[in-house]
Structure formats: C-alpha cells, structure tokens
Write a protein that binds this ligand. Structure first.
Ligand code: B3K
Ligand code: ZN
Length: 855
C-alpha cells in the first residue's frame, strides 16, 4: 500500500460548493444519485478527481447531458473526468448493497436500520466525491424508502419537506445550511422511537433535541439526554459557543466501529454510549455516556464549524475535543478523580503506544491507512498538549486564545499550526519551542533531584530531560515541559505554594531559599505534563506525600509510586517493605475528610500492565505473583477494615450522584481486597452482593471478583448472569468481557471456548472488543508462555480482516510489544505477526499495523 505524506499536501483542484443527493433506500439495493456543482480552484488544467471505493458509475452526466464513456475513466477506484470550463454540474448514479456492507463504513444496515459512517473515508463508498476534509459543501438530501420498514428518515441539518408515495414508500428532504466536509455527512432510516426534548440557547433560540432508539430502549435514554443538555449549557458557559441549527438528533446503533460520530446535527452513536439504566449499566458506563455525548456535541465547534485541513491535523479536532470533554466531566463530578482516571487511561493506552513500534507524533508525518491513526496519541496525548497550553496561559488568556481560534477559522478547514498561532496571538504566548510537542513522538523522561544546602538554607532542584528515539526519529530536541512543583516541610506538612516551572533545556536547575531542613519534593502536580518523572525520593517520602500532599493527583501518584517500587522489587526477587504500603492504605482509609471515590482510586494497586511498562523486560508471571501476594497481604492485614467498609457503605436507594457512585466504588474495592485476603467467606460475600445488588455496578464488580477465583459461586454467578442477560447484547458483552479480563489461571482457555460460544460473533465490533480487546489487555493471560493467547488473537485478526479491516487492525498493537518480552515470547509474537502478513488479500489496515509492528 502507498504512503501518504503530510509534506505532499496541495489545496484541492476543484471545489464543490453544493451537492444534491437522492437516495432510493433499500438494504438489498440502494440507488444514489449525486449532483455536484464543481468549480475550478485556481488556474490549472487538471481533471476533476472524484474518489470512489467499491462503487461503479451507472451514469455520468455533465451539465445535464450524458458524457461518453471515453471522457472519463476509473483510477484506483476514483472517477477521473476532464472538464472544459471552470464551473459545471456533475451528476453520477451508483448502486449499493447496504446489507452486505460488513466493514460498517459508508452506508450499512444494523439491526433493521440503515445508517452511515463516513469519517474518515467512508463517503467515497456512497458516492463519487473529492473525499478530503478541505472540500466544504452545502448538502441537500432527499431520501425515499418503504414507509412501513423505515418510517423515520433523518439526515444532517434541518428537515425541509416530506410526503407519501402511492406504492407504500415515502420521502423526506433535509438541508444543511452549514458547509461541511463529506466526512460529516450522515443519514439514518428506520423504525425508531424518539426521546424528544428542547434546549433554549443563551440567545433564546429553541433547539429540538431527539435521541432515536428502538422502542424498547427508550427508557434507557434519560441519562444521555441530561448529558446532552448539560453539554450544551457548558459550552455556552465555558467557551461562549452556542448550538447553531434548529434540531439536534442522536441515533443509537448496535453495530459501530468505535464510540460515536459527530455528523453535523445528526450524531450517530454506538448504543453502548447512549443506553444506560441501573439494571444494565455500571457507573463507568454512565460516565462513558456522559463523556461521549459531550465529546460529540463539542465537536460541533471543535471539528465541524472549524474542521481539519487534512487528516494529519486530526488532533486539531480530537485532542482539543477530548480536552473539552474531560473538563466537562470534571465539572459534572470530581476534578480530582477525573484527572486520575484520565491519566490512568493515558498511561494504559498512550504511553505503551509511544514507546513501541507504532509510536507517532501528535501530528503524524505519514500514514498508509488513516483509520489506524485514531489513536491514544492523537486523542489523549493531543488533549494533554492543549491542557499544557491552558496551564501556561491561565484560564482567562486561554479563553481569549480559544475565542480567537474559533472566530478566525469559523467555516474553515484549519491546521494544528493555526490553533497554536491563534493561542499565541489570542493568549499572548510564545509557543515556539512548545510546537515540538506536535512533532516529536515518545514520552519525555524527567529526572528530578533535590540538593539541600543547610548552610545557605537553600535547595536546588535539578531537572534533566530526555526523549527516547522513536521510529523515524532517532534524535530529539529538548521540549518545553511545564511542571508544577511544591516543596513540603516534612514536620509541618505544609509548603510555600505551588510553582509552575517550565523546563526548556536538557538540564536546568532551579533554586529555592528558606529551607533549614531538607524538603520533600512534590512534582508534576496535577500531572501538569505527560512525562515520566524519575526521582530519588525514598519510600518514606512517598508515604509522607501519600498522606499529606494537598494536590490530589500528586497524593495518588505518591501512593502509586510507593506500590510500584515494592512490586518491582518483589518481581525481581529483591526485598521490599510491604508494610509501608499497608500502613499508607490504612492511613488513607481512616482519613474521613477524603471523598470515597478518591480513596478508592488511591488504594488501588497498579495494574499488571502498568507494572510491566515500568520494566525494561516485562515478566508477566513474576508481576502477577508479586501483585497477587501484595493484594493478599493488604487483604489480610486490613481485613476488618474491608469488612467494615463493605458492610457500612451498602447504599439502599440507587442514585447516580457523585456521592453514591463514590460509595459504590469504595465498597467494590473493599470486596476485592476482602476476597484477596482468602477469607473463607469471601466467595459467599461476593455472591451475596452479586445476588442482592439493585444495580450493575455492584453486580458486575462482584462477578469480576468471583471470576478471578475458583469457587462454586463463580460458576453459579456466571450462569445466572448469562441467563438473565442473554437477550441484551450490550449487557451480554459484560459477560464475555469479565471472563476475558479475569485473573483466573485458565483465562486463555476460557477465551478459546468463548470464541466458539453461540453468542460470539465477529459481525459486532462491541462483542469482538468485549472478548479479544479485553483479553489482549489482560497481560498475564494474553502473554501465556505457551503462545496460545497470541495465536487466538492472530486467528481473530485474520478472520475479522475479511469482514471488517478497521476493527481487525485495532487488535494488532498488543502483538507489537514483543521487544519488551523474553526471547521465547518475542519469537512467538513475531511468528504470529508474520503469519498475519502472509495471509492473501490482507487489508491495507492490518498490513500497515502488522508490518510496522515487526520493526
Ligand atoms: N470522529 C469520530 C471518530 C471517527 C473514527 C474513524 N475511524 C468520533 C470522535 O472522535 O468523536
Ligand atoms: Zn472526537
């Protein structure tokens, strides 16, 4: 497959100010007639190139007249047409078979609905068009379909007209007044019920809101609607951005390649990010719905009103929009807990990516398949870049920069550079060196040491940064790294204030005076920069900070580091002070001033995968053994506390308030440690929670706790769960996922059996992710020394690639981590990557990921 480079960007040869689309919809055969008004862009004699993928033109007309087949041709799927003048009307007709579209890109069928997904390059599977984000058009869409099967017809923008035909069919016309790139096009046809509501904007316009689902799911849409209205109010309050159409519709579909899609005025969602009720959704699911509804809504400004010039600029909309949704969710709940969760996601998904063969800059230089670049680097590291700019600017200046960005580029297709420039101009910043964050891949490391001089009563903080090589970038320049620090007096447990230091050189030192005794360093408070900090702080210093740091993230981080140090020492057979961890947890549990949700985060052991990431050579078995042992020790030593917490926090009236969610989180953590203690009544207590819970948060946590062990209760609970939810796809996903994520020694075998289960299907991406996505994130099970985990995932990739390459390619990266493992595992992983690459007819998506993963 060919490589697309950022440096090759050229502005479009032809523009398409207007497009008229006519869909004659039928799952078995849909006809699409497109009329494009095209205008020559600049002085050139290039032909018009209309991208196409898997479609053939049945008719081609220019200015109302059929053109002879020798004046156009197809080239790599695209329709190439030589046009004499500077403005023409080009018309094409194509036929599609939505029901056999298993890639879920373009127009496809899902559970009786017809829907579309166009980002990044799906529109070319619907009609011939210059499928690039810098071609912005006004859309008029006419849909005709059987009225009984497809009573609801939706598209972008506003509904204009509708009517019935004599043959049982009906039609509707929608018009979107905002010029948009074709990746934001959408339509939906189906038998849908609507949760209808309204929102009045700050300027007093009434917007009709609709969440469309199948009738039986209507009771599960309330949380999404609340989230939508909160998001609309938040964007007005925090960014001064109002919604701009008279209607805003969301549709939930069961088969979807990722979370959701921000199509103008018609968001289409994976149903798992819309539907929630206490019976089937966990608190994490509720938060996921809130966050994704907000994310897609916020795209209306950061993505739709200002879009991307080309796909190398993807983080322009994604990084910024993740930053916006993170702050929204923090405002809806707890800032401290949200920051911890976001950093945990960054470390679990982005840090490994940044240190492996698929590492790429936030603004990549090249790609083979753009679908492979919807990554944690583009999204989550991209959000961290915006967060650093916001930190450096301060809230008022950041807002001034954002205002300038939106006003300057409204209606345009912009670049990351445009964003940075607007921030410099609007906020009055110099981001010269900061731009390297967009260019250089890899996670910077900062070594921090504190030198105390008792004579001058001063301290010197020495900071040294380094950035490891990544593919294509052997040598790096120093970055601008904003670090919030505080120096604690260990006796009074106070500090003189939080300071923002900006490290710009490879090595720099910062002097502080007024310290008669050596202070304790609190650094990267709030996780002010997405870097790895290395310090020489003792376990006693970390224990101190875990008890006294007034920055909640730093307090969490100190505890994590304390635990990591003990576990890494144990893993390599060195002695370690487990008592220090037990004492720190006890202290945290007894601090009644703390939010229970925060306590639950702090006392949680780092995951096996995170521990692996801290080691040069990952040892999955040793990590597992050490972590289980520490967990047991914490369980045993604090058993009475776990029992008290578990018994004492039983909520009696279900609510999704932050307080109720926090109580459940802590209660589940207590259950987990209680089970780890090996207490003989552990399984019975977990089973009782499983049976008596009035909500999925407690039910699934109990199931997960049981699934890790061996007990009669384990099998009983899994059976009960299956029988209760086997007709509810989203909830049945949890049954697959819990088993795939379990720390039971036979997980790999369980997953092999589940892959043959009658309810397992490769046709549904959620089901694939529930089983194989969860399994490949389960370090101990996936890296079973026999290699059976690798083989299963490779088998799945090969089979799925034939149906849905985009989702298949997302399963490849875990196999690319081979350099970090012993030669036995590494060669088994490489062999699977080679077996995948040898498969005839392999997609561009999987080819790119697997071939890069071998490097
Ligand atoms: N913009 C879409 C993602 C599209 C992914 C295409 N492979 C959802 C989002 O980020 O909001
Ligand atoms: Zn997005």
């Amino acid at each position: 497959p060919s490589v697309i480079r950022r440096s090759d960007y050229r502005s479009p040869d032809w523009l398409v100010p207007h497009i008229d689309l006519e869909f004659d919809l039928d799952p078995a055969l849909t006809r699409v007639r497109a009329q494009l008004s095209v205008t020559r862009n600049g002085g050139h004699d290039h032909p018009l190139r209309l991208d196409g993928d898997g479609i053939v033109p049945l008719e081609v007309m220019v200015d109302g007249r059929p053109v002879s087949p020798d004046s156009w041709h197809l080239e790599a799927g695209a329709l190439i047409l030589t046009l004499p003048g500077d403005a023409h009307l080009v018309e094409t007709l194509v036929e599609l078979v939505p029901e056999s579209n298993s890639k879920l890109m373009g127009l496809y069928a899902s559970g009786g609905l017809l829907c579309t997904q166009c980002e990044a390059e799906g529109f070319r599977r619907i009609t011939f068009f210059p499928d690039r984000p810098d071609v912005l058009s006004r859309y008029s869409v006419r849909m005709t379909a059987d009225k009984a099967r497809f009573p609801i017809l939706l598209a972008n923008g506003d509904p204009i007209d509708r009517g019935d035909l004599d043959d049982g069919r009906h039609w509707a016309v929608w018009h979107d007044p905002f010029p948009k790139p074709c990746y934001l096009f959408a339509l939906v046809a189906g038998d849908l019920a609507c949760n209808a509501d309204q929102f009045v904007t700050a300027s007093g316009r009434t917007v009709q809101l609709g969440i469309w689902v199948k009738e039986s799911d209507l009771p599960r849409t309330g949380h999404a609607m609340t989230a939508l209205k909160n998001s609309m109010a938040w964007d007005e309050r925090v960014y001064g951005r109002e919604y701009d159409l008279d209607v805003f519709n969301i549709v939930a579909v069961a088969d979807f390649n990722f979370g959701a899609m921000e199509n103008k005025g018609l968001n289409i969602f994976n149903s798992r990010y819309i539907l929630a009720d206490p019976e089937t959704a966990t608190d994490i699911d509720y938060d996921g719905v809130e966050g994704v509804v907000a994310h897609e809504y916020f795209h209306n400004w950061s993505g739709n009103r200002v879009t991307c010039r080309d796909w190398f600029q993807l983080s322009l909309k994604e990084g910024f929009t993740v930053f916006r949704d993170q702050n929204f969710s923090a405002d809806m709940g707890s800032h401290a807990v949200k920051r911890i969760e976001d950093v945990r996601v960054l470390r679990a998904a982005q840090f490994p990516e940044d240190s492996g063969p698929l590492a790429h800059p936030v603004r990549p230089e090249s790609y083979m398949e753009i679908s492979n670049f919807y990554t944690a680097t583009i999204y989550n590291k991209g959000a961290e870049l915006i967060r650093m700019i916001a930190l450096i600017a301060g809230p008022e200046r950041f807002r001034a920069g954002a205002d300038l960005y939106f006003d300057r580029h409204d209606g345009e297709a912009a670049t990351c550079e445009d964003f940075v420039q607007a921030m410099e101009d609007g906020a009055g910043l110099d981001l010269g060196q900061f731009r390297l964050w967009y260019e250089q891949a890899g996670t910077p490391r900062v070594q921090a040491s504190l030198i105390h001089d008792p004579v001058t009563e001063s301290v010197e903080l020495v900071l040294e940064q380094s950035l490891p090589p990544t593919p294509g970038q052997p040598v790096k320049q120093p970055m601008a790294i904003p670090l919030r620090v505080a120096l604690f007096n260990p006796v009074t447990a106070t500090h003189h204030g939080d300071e923002l230091l900006i490290l710009t050189d490879a090595r720099e030192s910062f002097a502080f005076s007024g310290f008669a005794t050596p202070p304790i360093l609190s650094i990267n408070r709030g996780f002010s920069a997405p870097v790895i900090i290395q310090t020489d702080r003792s376990q006693a210093d970390l224990a101190f900070l875990s008890a006294h740091d007034d920055d909640p993230f730093a307090r969490y981080e100190a505890m994590q580091q304390l635990m990591v140090n003990v576990l890494i020492a144990r893993t390599s057979g060195r002695p370690a002070d487990e008592q220090a961890v037990v004492d720190a947890i006890r202290y945290t549990l007894t601090d009644t001033a703390l939010d229970p949700a925060f306590v639950a985060e702090v006392i949680r052991l780092p995951s096996e995968a995170y521990l692996g990431d801290q080691m040069t050579r990952v040892e999955p078995d040793a990590i597992h053994t050490a972590r289980e042992a520490l967990q047991t020790r914490i369980g045993v030593d604090l058993e009475h506390m776990w029992r008290d917490i578990h018994a004492g926090t039983k909520a009696n009236i279900f609510s999704t308030s932050p307080a109720a969610k926090g109580a459940r989180k802590l209660r589940n953590a207590a259950l987990h440690y209680l089970a780890a203690s090996g207490a003989s009544d552990g399984p019975a207590i977990a089973f009782a929670q499983f049976s008596e819970a009035d909500n999925m948060t407690e039910r699934q946590a109990a199931l997960g706790t049981l699934a890790n062990g061996h007990s009669a209760e384990r099998d009983a609970a899994l059976d009960i769960f299956y029988n209760r939810y086997c007709d509810d796809a989203l909830t049945l996903d949890k049954w697959f996922q819990t088993q795939a994520f379990s720390l039971h020694p036979d997980t790999a075998d369980h997953v092999a059996a589940l892959a043959l289960h009658k309810d397992f299907t490769l046709a549904n991406p959620n089901r694939v992710r529930a089983l194989f996505g969860a399994f490949s994130a389960n370090q101990w099970a996936f890296h079973h020394r026999s290699g059976k985990g690798y083989r299963m995932v490779a088998d799945c990739i090969i089979a799925l690639d034939k149906l849905n390459p985009q989702t298949a390619a997302r399963l490849v990266p875990p196999l690319g981590r081979w350099k970090r493992f012993d030669e036995g595992r590494a060669s088994l992983m490489r062999a699977e990557l080679q077996r995948i690459l040898a498969e005839p007819g392999l997609s561009k998506d999987v080819t790119e990921q697997a071939s890069k993963s071998l490097n």
